[in-house]
Design a protein around this ligand. Structure first.
Ligand SMILES: Cc1ncc(COP(=O)(O)O)c(C=O)c1O
Length: 387
């Protein structure tokens, strides 16, 4: 059994990280990494790699491709040819490469807002238009839900070169259903838009929820999809920067690989060794425990907000370790992110970085011990009471 209540100190690491970015007295509940050590099989693989002593060039080969392909078959019964698996230096570079390959100054990137801040950067590093497709927000009591406006989706997505899907969704915690995914895919196929499905959070499933990769829906849909996955969020190794682009359609894959090769993006060997261990299956019992712990944290967060933070609204995320809180109906004047940073000494993520719909909202990272989550929420509660 892993004890997720024990959190190692990261304040002494010399590089900047979640715990040293802000002043010492600030409790960090922002960037999307967790406070837990990676599972032992990954750490063992890294120790073995380092103990060898020679850290020469290593290029990912067939073994790693087969491991990724076997994981897709085991988790989803999705049969992927090993050669369809390309290694990328993380998912952000993975979708930027897709934008380079399939977008142009006329055919940009379509995104569903509010969404992960790096989705908003693609336009800048590639020089293409960004097409926002806002979700429709609803509130029942204090619970937020977000849905797709289908007419708007079709009207906007057809102008894009790629539709960059975030599933499960950061920061909203949505797992899209088979019907929703099929409808999105059919519209994209009708308008010849390449689907880039960022599935980095796909194994962080709360309540034992199930996940369906977009490309698994049908062989026809699969031809139009670039699937991006990584062990980084699931096993808390994002600092190793290793991810995978799965592209079964050879024509798409050749275009993607061409761009990838031009950029000369290589994953450092520890990332490759960690990914092999992470996707081998040896860490799956750790992951099941993690998802139970995170489900408890999600419940704690939602109950805490409901009972103790009047007029604050929250999502009930189905996946990820990210909560989304709406302060627009409270007495906080201006940005709640700045308010909590200054007055509560808690760093959450500014809602506006996820799109203009995020004004008055914050994202909170609950991938930490229950005690730290409670401490952060208590600090937020105290300053709200003093308003
Ligand atoms: C949806 C999503 N995609 C990508 C990333 C980052 O991926 P990477 O660090 O592999 O570039 C994150 C990190 O928070 C994320 O939430």
């Amino acid at each position: 059994m892993t004890n997720f209540n024990i959190i190692p100190d990261r304040r002494k690491i010399f590089n900047k990280n979640k715990w040293t970015w802000y002043d010492k007295d600030i409790l960090p509940m922002w960037v999307a990494d967790m406070d837990f050590p990676a599972p032992k099989p990954i750490l063992d693989a890294l120790h073995k790699h380092l103990d060898h002593g020679v850290l020469g060039y290593e290029i990912p080969g067939r073994v790693l491709q087969e491991t990724v392909s076997a994981r897709m078959e085991r988790l989803y019964k999705w049969k992927v040819q090993p050669e369809a698996v390309l290694t990328v230096t993380g998912i952000v570079s993975g979708f930027s490469v897709a934008a380079r390959a399939f977008c142009s100054p006329k055919m940009g990137v379509a995104i569903q807002t509010p969404v992960y801040n790096e989705f908003h950067e693609v336009k800048n590093n590639v020089g293409i238009p960004q097409i926002d497709i806002p979700f429709v927000k609803s509130v029942k009591k204090n619970i937020l839900t977000y849905e797709i406006d289908w007419d708007l989706f079709e009207k906007r997505v057809k102008k894009a070169g790629i539709f960059l899907l975030c599933n499960p969704h950061n920061p909203l915690g949505i797992i899209f259903s088979r019907n929703e995914l099929t409808r999105m895919a059919e519209i994209c196929i009708k308008h010849d838009v390449v689907i880039v499905s960022d599935e980095i959070h796909s194994e962080l499933l709360l309540d034992g929820n199930k996940f369906i990769p977009m490309a698994k829906l049908s062989r026809e849909i699969e031809k139009h999809v670039i699937t991006l996955i990584a062990p980084s969020k699931t096993f808390n190794v994002p600092g190793l920067f290793c991810g995978f682009a799965i592209i079964p359609n050879k024509e798409l894959r050749d275009r993607y690989e061409n761009e990838l090769n031009h950029l000369r993006l290589h994953v450092a060997s520890p990332g490759l060794h960690a990914a092999q261990a992470a996707f081998s299956g040896k860490c799956d019992s750790w992951l099941a425990e993690l998802n139970r712990y995170l489900t408890g944290n999600r419940d704690f967060l939602v109950n805490y907000v409901t009972k103790n933070l009047p007029n604050v609204r929250t999502t009930i995320p189905d996946a990820t370790y990210l909560g989304w809180l709406d302060f627009t109906q409270t007495a906080i004047d201006g940005s709640p992110y700045e308010f909590f940073l200054k007055d509560a000494r808690v760093a959450v993520s500014e809602g506006k970085i996820f799109g203009k719909e995020g004004a008055g909202h914050v994202r909170i990272n609950f991938g930490t011990s229950r005690a730290i989550l409670k401490e952060g929420l208590d600090k937020m509660k105290r300053v709200m009471e003093a308003l």
